[in-house]
Design a binder for this molecule. Structure first.
Ligand code: ATP
Ligand code: MG
Length: 421
């Protein structure tokens, strides 16, 4: 065992030159003024070392939640399983967490575990040394004090960052039992940072990945967002599938090369591209697209979407997903609107197209329609029709509807040729 002070190392130039978030630094200063130790920790240090912008700045301190709360007026204690403090300034929030004791040293009764070894509650305070043991991976266990320029690196996190390796702190079999989410996190960091996953971790994912079914669906929804809403959706989807973890986040995955899989891929790539272009994304749209193939598979009768099967099964499909990831209620109506609009985009009767165009979800529904056309290799001109309909004048719109009525034999035929059966 290394002595406490052996873990303080001289910080690389990169960290010394860097200007960290002002507010996070201010919080650290205040905590230190009040006699506590305080450091920037985790992702913000790791990302800095490999030259990518930090997503957020987390602070770890020797002060207890109650002490932190007293120092910062605009702050709130959150969490039960892991108590921590949010400190606010305008719209900014910094997460400040108290050093936690390691499982081995602390009073076992205070760290509550279930029969499978999963930690249910963990609010035993400790030292920086102990806190470090509780972190998931070596690259996430770096602590930097930007005021006194001190770096704490007990597990060679700097080395592993430069080697671009994800290495577990302690035996990953045990660590993934304590918290199964760590297997998802290993995959997420591998794609985000373009790092290799250490062999021991890979084995632990195969062995312990199934424990993901024991965590709450709310936590799985949080991870769903971190995994699919940050620019690496496609890569994560594929990698999670190879580790057989995808089934814990997505209720229906298309078979490779099928229409369903192609649509799912298109939606993921579309999400990544939108993030890259700085456009907004929502898990609602992604879920609508990911689950669409299953919905129409259930709803198809004799090569056509049957509305009698389509509408009642919308809830069933959402329920299947809800079991995995607690999809917030507000997305339910959003997703169902997008699905229902797929049929209305196709029928185009009377003044319906005008109404559809006014619908608040038109744009999202149109985007899904384009993805369906692409994934089904359909020759249908329906996408072009709607592209034109959005931008032409009223007179042309009326003519388009009339022409469509004359040319189509049945306005109740739903589904594109390449996506049904
Ligand atoms: P990013 O914010 O870029 O996704 P991060 O490493 O900052 O990455 P967070 O989820 O913000 O990840 O967590 C902050 C830190 O808390 C991590 O770096 C890690 O040290 C620790 N941590 C978070 N979740 C866990 C977990 N499930 N098990 C162990 N340590 C964790
Ligand atoms: Mg973070």
């Amino acid at each position: 065992m290394s002595k406490p002070n052996n873990s303080f190392v001289s910080p690389p130039k990169k960290l010394l030159q860097k200007k960290f978030d002002k507010f996070a630094e201010e919080i650290i200063k205040q905590l230190q003024k009040n006699g506590h130790d305080a450091y920037l920790v985790g992702g913000c240090i790791r990302d800095q070392l490999i030259d990518i912008p930090a997503k957020d700045f987390d602070v770890a301190t020797s002060a207890t939640p109650e002490q932190i709360r007293k120092i910062f007026k605009a702050s709130r204690i959150i969490g039960k399983r892991f108590k921590l403090v949010h400190v606010y300034k305008g719209s900014q929030v910094i997460e400040v967490s108290t050093f936690r004791a390691s499982g081995a040293k602390s009073n076992q009764e205070k760290i509550v575990k279930d029969q499978l070894g999963k930690i249910l509650r963990d609010n035993v305070w400790g030292t920086i040394e102990e806190d470090c043991e509780r972190r998931d991976f070596t690259i996430n266990s770096l602590y930097f004090d930007p005021i006194q320029k001190k770096l704490f690196d007990k597990h060679q996190g700097i080395n592993d960052s430069y080697k671009r390796k994800i290495v577990s702190i302690g035996d990953p079999m045990l660590r993934f039992e304590e918290d199964p989410v760590r297997s998802l996190r290993a995959v997420r960091f591998a794609t985000k940072l373009n790092f290799k996953i250490d062999k021991q971790i890979k084995d632990a994912i195969y062995e312990k990945g199934h424990l993901l079914s024991s965590i709450s669906n709310a936590r799985r929804f949080d991870e769903f967002n971190k995994i699919f809403m940050h620019g690496k959706a496609q890569h994560n989807f594929e990698k999670l599938e190879t580790f057989d973890l995808l089934k814990h986040l997505v209720s229906h995955v298309g078979q490779s090369n099928s229409y369903g899989y192609r649509l799912q891929m298109s939606a993921l790539i579309n999400t990544d591209n939108r993030i890259y272009e700085g456009k907004s994304v929502t898990p609602g749209f992604l879920l609508a697209a990911i689950l669409w193939p299953k919905l129409i598979e259930i709803a198809t009768v004799e090569n056509l979407i049957s509305t009698r099967r389509f509408f009642p099964n919308m809830d069933k499909i959402l329920r299947d997903q809800q079991i995995l990831t607690a999809v917030p209620r507000r997305f339910y109506t959003y997703i169902k609107d997008i699905w229902s609009l797929q049929l209305r985009l196709q029928s185009r009767i009377k003044n319906q197209p005008f109404k559809v165009l006014q619908h608040p979800r038109f744009r999202a529904a149109y985007d899904l329609l384009l993805l369906r056309i692409e994934a089904s290799n359909s020759k249908s001109d329906i996408g072009d029709w709607w592209t034109k309909f959005q931008s032409c004048n009223r007179q042309t719109k009326l003519e388009m509807i009339k022409r469509h009525r004359e040319n189509s034999s049945n306005s109740k035929k739903f589904g594109l040729s390449g996506e049904l059966g």
